[in-house]
Design a protein around this ligand. Sequence first.
Ligand code: AMP
Ligand code: MG
Length: 329
Amino acid sequence: MIFPPTPENIARAADLIRQGKLVAFPTETVYGLGADATNDAAVQRIFEVKNRPTLNPLIVHVASLADIASVADLEGRSDLQDKLRSLQQFWPGPLSVVLPKGKSISSFACAGLPSVAVRIPDHAVALEFIRAAKRPIAAPSANRSSYVSPTTAQHVEAGLGAKIEMVLDGGACSVGLESTIVSLVSPNPVLLRPGAVTFEQLKAVLPELELSRSADTPEQPLSPGLLREHYAPSTKIVLKAKITPSEYPARVGLISFGQIEGSEQESRYSAVNVLSQSGDLSEIASKLFAAIREQDGLGLDLIVVDSCSEVGLGRAIMDRLLRATAKFT
Ligand code: AMP
Ligand code: MG
């Protein structure tokens, strides 16, 4: 059930976490499905509820920089502490960092790896909830595995409502794409997943940062789970640039990144979502998943979606679109 984030409901959510139960909660990126990251049984329940492969590790959410030290093992690692100092300007925010795993964290949360991904979300409800729970919160996106991530409480309820007691409602997510992930446990820092903290911003403070494409191999993915995840809707979805209108089936939906001509809408498309009149990438990112979900519910034969250049936030937007369209192309 969906609950408004009143102090009473946040206190109740925190109690549920301490009892080993799951709570879905808002963050600025997407909604998370949270459990006590130190409780094996609670963390295992996340994998069951989402039908998530157990090899796909979770991100652990904390409320302060000091709490990162309790989740990760930074003993004698002044090199890592230096790098974390360079990154702390992005917290609270949409950045997850992979560090050596601290003992208290359930190894199920880390899929048995010796490392843990940690993040401080930039959302008042998330921070209050984590503080009240007094536990690090392991949380993947609150959707069934491999579907599009939820950016409203209603998305969570539609997908997982029957399986979880409580969804805290924080409104629509402001960023709308999953967090950037940077690994600090490889020889050089590596960008494992692009997000709203951009490669360019990170490179300015971590000059040795590499893109995962150059460091990753199919045999040994640096970030297990990322290669499999597709964030895909059920309806076939393709990039608009990869298809000509003569190939369109009967009912086609368009997800546009900018203003379109009225005639184009009427003649070709059964549904149109314009994500930003001005082509603003932040606005596009924040509305993208909701638009894909909306069109996925319309019984269309095809969804076509615009592209943008892969720089800044555009790198994260195109990453998600390439995953969403992968199995259809
Ligand atoms: P989600 O929370 O669903 O956005 O997925 C979290 C993603 O974080 C996983 O799919 C992994 O790719 C990545 N991740 C989490 N923990 C680690 C880790 N210890 N090492 C590398 N990647 C990780
Ligand atoms: Mg996910």
